[in-house]
Design a protein. Sequence first.
Length: 140
Amino acid sequence: MTESLRSTTAGWGVVPIRVAIGLVFAMHGGQKLFISGVGVTSAAMMHMGIPLSWLAGPVAIIVEFLGGLAILFGLYARWPALLMVIEMAVVILVVKLHGGFFSPSGIEFELTLLAGALTIAALGTGPWSLDAMFRRGPSA
């Protein structure tokens, strides 16, 4: 495989992770925002033992919904991805760790989301993203 072909195809490697992680987080954030609401989300977090649930609820909604969209489209996604890593670490340690590994009570889903978000935070959104498009500028 030539070097130019390898660099072109390597950019596609982050796309499936970016789309899956972005979509899952955006959908969960949208569900919290448009269906459950901030109050119910904060109350659920308080029930689960999340510290400062009155603040954690709105923050989680913003991070998941807007951050999920940022990751999905590849636009300034490293910081939201890092915030999602922190969010998933808190969920694993505070809520899910006692449930073992397997879902629905265990950590497997949250661990997968944490790993995907960490990948985006570390690697960025790749050459097939809005970030890359803006860096390249308008096509001639």
